[in-house]
Write a protein that binds this ligand. Structure first.
Ligand SMILES: Nc1ncnc2c1ncn2[C@@H]1O[C@H](COP(=O)(O)OP(=O)(O)OP(=O)(O)O)[C@@H](O)[C@H]1O
Ligand SMILES: [Mg+2]
Length: 143
């Protein structure tokens, strides 16, 4: 599926829509360069899980945990060299665990991603405009 959003709020709204069809164990891989809108999209997912705490970029903390309908693990791999770094901090256990994992810069840990991963590729089209491609097993039928 492919979408175009014209504002930050539209990206949050799309995140909410995707968030509403996620289940325990869902893994979302967010790709797209700096300021593509990955953290913004994650704010929408958090809202749909009933999380009221503000969602901030986990660039320095690497993993942020929020308690919602399901636990949400917001992960940022920007500062990781690769899969070994991720395993060293136990990220594989979260990815294959019971919460929902939303992973920014997921390209860095590609081989750790399960085959059921929902892939979200974000591109900057213009100031304020983003192209968002979403692919995932059986997702089409749910949206
Ligand atoms: N349509 C849009 N959707 C999302 N963000 C938008 C849009 N238009 C403009 N923006 C702006 O782009 C920025 C996106 O920032 P955000 O932190 O979500 O990006 P990111 O992909 O997480 O970046 P990083 O790689 O640094 O983590 C925000 O400043 C937001 O206001
Ligand atoms: Mg971010």
């Amino acid at each position: 599926m492919e979408y175009i959003t014209r504002t930050e709020d539209e990206t949050i709204a799309l995140g909410m829509r995707i968030g509403s069809v996620l289940t325990r164990g869902s893994v979302l891989a967010l790709e797209g360069g700096l300021a593509a809108g990955k953290t913004t999209f994650t704010k929408g997912i958090a809202q749909s899980l009933g999380i009221t705490e503000p969602v901030t970029s986990p660039t320095y903390t690497i993993i942020s945990e929020y308690n919602g309908i399901y636990p949400l693990y917001h992960i940022d791999c920007y500062r990781l060299e690769g899969e070994e770094d991720a395993i060293a901090i136990g990220m594989d256990e979260l990815i294959y665990g019971d919460g929902i994992c939303v992973i920014e810069w997921s390209e860095r840990i590609h081989s750790l991603l399960p085959e059921y991963t929902i892939r979200i590729v974000m591109k900057v089209l213009a100031e304020g405009e983003r192209n968002i491609k979403i692919t995932g097993p059986e997702l089409e039928a749910l949206l």
